[in-house]
Design a protein around this ligand. Structure first.
Ligand SMILES: [Zn+2]
Length: 315
C-alpha cells in the first residue's frame, strides 16, 4: 500500500511539473515575440516621431486660420459691415486692392464682385434671375442660345417700329412712358427691342466684318451677351434724327428726367464705361422695375453696381 501511495504521489508531482512547464512555454511563447518586436520597434523614438507629426499637423491648421484673419484684417474686416462680401473672393479682393491702392475699400469689393478684376468674355457665367426684371446680362454673364423670355408681346405701333416686341411688363411701361411724352409733344419710338440669339449672331458678325472684332466689341454684345435677348432693353429715337444723335434731342432730356419713373434706366451712361464695359449709348434703355430705376437714377450708379449690392446672392 505504502508503495502504491508513493507511486501516486510521484505521478501528481510530475503532472504539476508538466503543467507548470506547459504554462511557462505558452506564457513565454506569447510574451517573447512581443518583447522582440518591441525591441526592434524602438518605441520611444517612434512615439517621438508620432508626436512630432502631430505637432506639425496642428501647425498646419493654425496658420490657415491665422492667415484668414490676417487677410480679413488687411481688408479692414469690411466683411462685418457689408452683406455683399464674398468669402471665396478674399484673395481676389487683396490682389485687386494691391493693384488699386487709391481705391476706396468698398469700391474694391463691389468691383471684384462685378468681376472687373477679370478680362471681359473670360470665365463667363450663366445669367441668373431668368425671366426677372433684375436679370443681369453683360460681358461676364450670358444667356443660352435657346433662351427666349416668357411673355413677349408686340408694342403698340404708335410707339414702335413694326413688329417690336418686349416682355409684357416692360412693354406696358414703355407704352405708358411714350404716351406721356407724346402728350408733351415728344416722340419716343422703340426701334430695336427683343433680339433673338441668332439675330445677334448675324448682327455681331456684320459689325465685326465692318469694323473688326476689337471695335465691334465696344458697341455690340457678342451673341448671348446682349441684353436685347432679355426682352427688357429698348433702343429709341425720335422718329426724325438718327438714333446716334438721340443725345441732342428734347426727347433725350425728357428721358433723363422721367425714364426712371417708368422703371427704365439709361443702361450705358457716360463715365460708367469701366463698369458696363460698353461705350456711352444715349439711346439704349433697360427696364429694371421702378424701385431699382429710381435708386440707380438718384444715386448715379450703374446697373452692375445695383446688381452686386441688391440682387446677387439675395432671395
Ligand atoms: Zn441697344
Amino acid at each position: 500500500m505504502k508503495k502504491k501511495k508513493k507511486k501516486v504521489k510521484i505521478k501528481w508531482k510530475n503532472i504539476i511539473i508538466l503543467l507548470v512547464f506547459i504554462f511557462l512555454i505558452v506564457f513565454l511563447s506569447i510574451k517573447i515575440p512581443k518583447l522582440i518586436i518591441n525591441i526592434f520597434k524602438d518605441t520611444p523614438k517612434q512615439e517621438e516621431k508620432k508626436k512630432k507629426e502631430k505637432k506639425q499637423d496642428e501647425k498646419k491648421e493654425e496658420p490657415e486660420e491665422d492667415t484668414k484673419d490676417q487677410r480679413l484684417k488687411e481688408l479692414d474686416n469690411i466683411n462685418e459691415r457689408i452683406d455683399y462680401f464674398n468669402d471665396s473672393y478674399i484673395d481676389r479682393y487683396i490682389t485687386y486692392k494691391n493693384n488699386n491702392p487709391d481705391k476706396d475699400l468698398n469700391k474694391i469689393i463691389i468691383e471684384v464682385n462685378m468681376n472687373l478684376d477679370k478680362e471681359v468674355y473670360e470665365n463667363i457665367i450663366p445669367a441668373r434671375n431668368l425671366n426677372n426684371e433684375k436679370i443681369l446680362v453683360n460681358k461676364y454673364y450670358y444667356l443660352d442660345e435657346n433662351y427666349v423670355p416668357d411673355n413677349l408681346v408686340k408694342i403698340n405701333q404708335k410707339y414702335a417700329l413694326d413688329g417690336m416686341k418686349m416682355v409684357d411688363i416692360a412693354k406696358e411701361a414703355f407704352e405708358s412712358l411714350s404716351k406721356t411724352a407724346k402728350k408733351e409733344g415728344l416722340s419716343i419710338i422703340a426701334m430695336s427691342t427683343y433680339r433673338s440669339y441668332s439675330y445677334q449672331v448675324n448682327l455681331y458678325n456684320r459689325y465685326v466684318k465692318q469694323d473688326g472684332k476689337e471695335k465691334a466689341d465696344t458697341y455690340s454684345g457678342r451673341p448671348g451677351h446682349s441684353e436685347h435677348q432679355t426682352g427688357l432693353a429698348v433702343d429709341v429715337y425720335n422718329g426724325k434724327e438718327d438714333y446716334t444723335n438721340f443725345e441732342k434731342t428734347k426727347e433725350f432730356n425728357w428721358m433723363q428726367e422721367h425714364a426712371h419713373e417708368y422703371g427704365f434706366i439709361l443702361r450705358f451712361p457716360k463715365e460708367k464705361e469701366n463698369e458696363t464695359k460698353y461705350q456711352y449709348e444715349s439711346w439704349h434703355y433697360r427696364y429694371v422695375g421702378i424701385d431699382a430705376a429710381k435708386y440707380i437714377h438718384d444715386n448715379n450708379i450703374s446697373f452692375e453696381e445695383y446688381y452686386v449690392r441688391f440682387v446677387e446672392n439675395k432671395k
